[in-house]
Ligand binder design. Structure first.
Ligand code: FIX
Ligand code: ZN
Length: 440
């Protein structure tokens, strides 16, 4: 007898016996075939407000650091890299000397009019425009621009948060950025949809260049040697920014060849400044590992590359600093499996997101399935890395779909072995991995 029929029969008996709830439960359990399960999982994932733990977008208080609208979407560095694939004849400087409007028109023409927008970054823009209800059939960029011209920043921001169902984003806040300093040194910002993260690449990866700035901010640091007084000054610098912006975590990106035991200034600052301060302030330290900056400098932001990194760095830090939480994401596809295994060994590692070059559907699917199989519901499957506000719409629409597919498969597997799965369970689990619970 098939389960559905059995479910209805047993449920009816229980109804008649006056225990309707149990009856409903039984029907729910036995009636949950894959399609039904997937649509329930999809519904729950779409209804769950997302905590987006890594972005490069800002609240309105940060003025023109906040990017939004079609021209910003089109000139996103992912599309700049693709433009030069389509137009190898194009001179880099000629492109950078163009006004943004012209750059956007060129990219629209090459990647959307003369070609089909099927790459992840181009199809993302199609998703944004259609989710906004705009007609793209005539591929008329100026008509699209009219839409953005007639809506205010704050109304559009509300719309984006509503359409993407994101409850808050965590920014990437650079203590060396002059515009950011102006905001934080004055009133700061009050939009609770935007939480802060203290990004310290400038301290670790460009220490000599930022020395003067640290001194300007009133912390006496010396150039060449990281002696005790400089170490103390750097710690005070970090503490002052923790106080000023109240970040959810301290973060940095690291190159593939980064080592924590090579005595380099970066490793010394991490071991003697960052981790002691993070531990004292109960703030996680987020490491985004595997980026090769400026592989092709002519492409500017679009010129960064990737390399396989040494996961032992993560294991050593997690081992040596058991009372510090490490949020870790790695850029290379080849690092993902080893990172999962290492994460199983250290309860103070929290893996998050499919970062940048692995933020593509085929790879998100692979990484997310592997993580669920090895880490269950103790990882954060995705972050958007949005640089343009509107990107929240497509990055979450695309990722929600993939995560829903994989979760549905996993739930289906256990239901087939007779494990009860009800909507409330799914909602609890999804809120855990996407709702920000794991960060608490
Ligand atoms: O280091 C980072 O946070 C990277 O995400 C960025 O540097 C990168 O440019 C980016 O936008 C990736 O999506
Ligand atoms: Zn980023």
């Amino acid at each position: 007898m098939d389960l559905k029929k059995l479910g209805r029969k047993v449920g009816k008996v229980l109804d008649n016996a006056g225990v309707a709830d149990t009856g409903k439960h039984i029907r729910e359990i036995l009636d949950m075939d894959f399609k039904r399960l997937r649509s329930t999982v999809t519904k729950v994932i779409n209804e769950t407000p997302i905590a987006d733990i890594h972005t490069h977008i800002y609240s309105e208080a940060f003025g023109d650091l906040l990017l939004w609208g079609i021209d910003e979407l089109l000139t996103y560095h992912y599309l700049v890299a693709e433009l030069f694939r389509h137009r190898p004849d194009l001179n880099y400087e000629a492109y950078w000397n163009m006004p943004k409007q012209k750059q956007a028109e060129l990219i629209w023409d090459e990647l959307f009019v003369k070609s089909s927008p099927i790459s992840e970054a181009t199809c993302g823009i199609v998703t944004v425009l259609t989710k906004l209800g705009l007609d793209v059939t005539d591929k008329n960029l100026n008509k699209i621009r009219n839409y953005f011209a007639q809506i205010s920043t704050s109304r559009y921001m509300d719309k984006v948060f509503e359409l993407s169902n994101v409850k808050y984003v965590i920014m990437t806040n650079d203590p060396f950025d002059k515009k950011e300093q102006q905001v934080w040194n004055k009133a700061g910002h009050t939009d609770t949809r935007f939480k802060a993260a203290l990004r310290i690449d400038g301290l670790l990866n460009n220490y000599p260049q930022n020395l003067a700035e640290i001194n300007n901010q009133g912390f006496e640091v010396k150039s060449d040697k990281l002696d005790n007084s400089t170490i103390t000054a750097i710690k005070d610098f970090l503490k002052s920014w923790l106080e000023k912006i109240k970040p959810v975590y301290i973060a940095t990106s690291l190159t593939p060849d980064f080592r924590i035991d090579d005595g380099s200034p970066a490793s010394k600052i991490i071991l003697e400044c960052v981790l002691p301060v993070a531990r004292e302030a109960h703030r996680p330290f987020a490491m985004m590992i595997g980026v090769k900056r400026a592989v092709n400098p002519a492409l500017r932001l679009a010129g960064d590359g990737v390399g396989k990194a040494d996961v032992d760095v993560v294991a050593k830090l997690a081992h040596d600093w058991p009372d510090v939480r490490f949020l870790v994401t790695m850029l290379s596809r080849e690092n993902q499996h080893e990172l999962c295994v290492t994460t199983r060994k250290f309860k103070n590692i929290l893996v998050f997101g499919c970062w940048w070059f692995v933020n593509n559907p085929s790879i998100i699917r692979e990484i997310t399935a592997e993580r669920i199989e090895m880490l269950g519901l103790t990882m954060i499957p995705q972050h958007s890395d949005a640089r343009v506000l509107d990107q929240l719409i497509y990055k979450w629409s695309h990722s929600r779909k993939i995560i829903a597919d994989i979760l549905a498969e996993k739930y289906f597997d256990i239901t087939q072995s007779g494990w009860p799965v009800i909507e409330a369970d799914i909602r609890r689990d999804v809120n855990r991995i996407l709702g920000g619970q794991l960060l608490l």
